[in-house]
Write a protein that binds this ligand. Structure first.
Ligand code: AHR
Length: 536
């Protein structure tokens, strides 16, 4: 004892402990274990990852539309015909395939006539679902279609089954899509658009089991069949090419109520006659650990990080369950499962209007988005559409605005990094990266997908869920003569790091170095990161 105390000077202990800590941090990955092996057999191809799984959702809710998209033609904020230019440029860059509009719960109280015609003559109504605020109806059908045109996207229009009529919805579709000189088509021309609009998706109601009218499956079916029959697409260009796809209201979560709902709709579909049809069944699933949402969107603990990710991964089980029911009645997978509301739903930010669903968007949300997009890609044979909620200023947004200011969120950057996966062909990746354990929750340490784009280039996405450890990966590329890889990674010092108006680039993708040698790709993944690389 005496001898030992003599060789270590007491004053040197803190210094030595510091050195030891530095060595442990640097050696962390090595101590944490071996390199993680992933295998991709490039010769094996799965289903096409439909670009529509990268769809967006823009509801008349809070500042989602007003201020987020629409500032009006007289605004000092740069705009084209009232639509803000900064937002358009940002959305163009992520190649938004479709935008679902006008809701949400709002859709079942929306009357389209309020939103057409001269701006100063439009009815001013209320938005009782979302804060009871004034709805000026300045953003209506023409403004929505103009916005789609500016960002290069397609329309997913939800019609009002809850408080509207089949006639109202049928007339709206005739107004939008008829080429012949009907009274409604002529009115559209007078209002500025002689050429018929294209409606790619038609939503037959929204959450008709709840805010859309609290209907039973049987009641909904009787209504939905009428809308499916009479709400017609007249756009001749579409009729000769891609049809308008009709999406029925589907389940809203896990449990018997929702499996019964899917059973009822799909059973009816199996017996459908020439007079009605559906091409999609919607599914809504938010990541909320407790309802009402109390978890904070920023300033959260490791406990909440793992709980949220655990909860988001339940999307996979949900899709499996509902796909299995759909397979029973539709083995040819003609009806797509369309996850047209998904994302994280946290407590409203302090001092925000609780009816506006304003939350921050952190690096955790980037990881959450990647995990969900990967789940959709793995279910690509059935999941052929999805719409994150919501595009701007609401819930898990791509973009946040404050008057003239705009900031792009970590989730936005994930959507940007995933652009090459749009319409790419799924290629299976196998790996066993072990688990990250925190308390009694375990998460997969790593998640990954691969796909070949339309030009045949291979893309790989790898998420490191571990908030503390680097991960070294080696990817065996069977059937590929790859020589180089390049890509980007998004991470930040903390899982709750965010971009703000004052510091908009705290969480942005950066180039990652990747080595390809002897048919093997090696990379080091930072803790809590999302990485996308292409291999050539
Ligand atoms: O996205 C917010 C709301 O969540 C939608 O309006 C509704 O469909 C869902 O309950």
């Amino acid at each position: 004892m005496v001898f030992r105390t003599q060789i270590v000077d007491r004053k040197a202990v803190p210094f030595l402990l510091n050195i030891l800590a530095i060595i442990l941090v640097l050696a962390g990955p090595a101590l944490a274990g071996e390199k993680i092996q992933l295998s991709i057999d490039v010769s094996k191809a799965g289903a096409k990852i439909d670009r529509n799984i990268f769809g967006q959702f823009a509801e008349h809710l809070g500042h989602g539309i007003y201020e987020g998209i629409w500032v009006g033609p007289d605004s000092p904020i740069p705009n084209t015909r009232g639509i803000r230019s900064d937002v358009v440029a940002a959305l163009k860059a992520i190649k938004v395939p479709n935008v679902r509009w006008p809701g949400g719960c709002f859709a079942d109280e929306y009357h389209w006539r309020n939103g057409v015609g001269p701006a100063d003559k439009r009815a001013v109504t209320l938005n009782p679902n979302w804060g009871g605020v004034i709805e000026p109806n300045s953003f209506g059908t023409h403004e929505f279609m103009d916005f789609l045109d500016q960002i290069g996207s397609e329309a997913y229009v939800s019609v009002n089954i809850g408080s509207g009529t089949p006639r109202e919805a049928a007339e709206w579709l005739e107004y939008m899509t008829a080429a012949q000189p009907t009274t409604l088509a002529k009115e559209r021309a007078v209002n500025g658009h002689p050429v018929p609009y294209k409606v790619t998706y038609l939503g037959l109601g929204n959450e008709s089991w709840d805010c859309g009218g609290n209907m039973t499956p049987d009641y909904y079916l009787s209504q939905m069949k009428i809308y499916s029959r009479f709400v017609r697409n007249y756009n001749p260009a579409q009729q000769n090419g891609q049809q308008m796809l009709k999406v029925a209201v589907g389940p809203g979560g896990d449990g018997p109520r929702w499996t019964e709902w899917t059973e009822a709709i799909m059973k009816a579909y199996q017996q459908h006659t020439w007079s009605w049809d559906i091409n999609g069944l919607s599914l809504h699933n938010y990541t909320v650990v407790k309802w009402p949402p109390l978890y904070k969107s920023v300033g959260f603990s490791d406990d909440e990080y793992v709980q949220i990710l655990k909860s988001t991964l339940e999307m996979d089980g949900l899709l499996k369950k509902h796909s299995a029911i759909m397979d029973k009645y539709d083995p040819d997978k003609k009806v797509a499962l369309v996850v047209d509301e998904w994302g994280a739903w946290y407590a409203p930010l302090p001092r925000s209007n609780p009816g506006f669903l304003v939350q921050q968007n952190s690096l955790r949300d980037a990881i959450l988005a990647a995990l969900n997009l990967n789940i959709f890609a793995r279910h690509a044979d059935r999941v052929r559409g999805a719409n994150i909620a919501q595009m701007i200023n609401v819930l898990q947004a791509m973009i946040m605005t404050d008057k003239e200011k705009m900031v792009l969120t970590p989730t936005y950057y994930v959507f940007k990094m995933y652009v090459p996966f749009q319409d790419a062909t799924f290629v299976p990746v196998t790996f066993d990266a072990g688990t990250y354990i925190h308390g009694d929750i375990s998460l997969p340490r790593v998640d990954a997908i691969a796909a070949k784009d339309v030009a045949g280039k291979l893309w790989l996405e790898v998420t490191n869920l571990d908030p503390h450890q680097l991960v070294e990966i080696v990817v065996n590329l069977a059937g590929s003569i790859a020589k180089a890889a390049a890509g980007q990674t998004i991470t930040a010092p903390k899982v709750d790091s965010v971009n703000t108006f004052d510091a908009p680039t705290s969480v942005v993708p950066k180039p990652i170095s990747a080595k390809v040698e002897g048919g093997r790709l090696s990379m080091t993944l930072q803790p809590h990161s999302v990485t996308v690389v292409s291999v050539e």
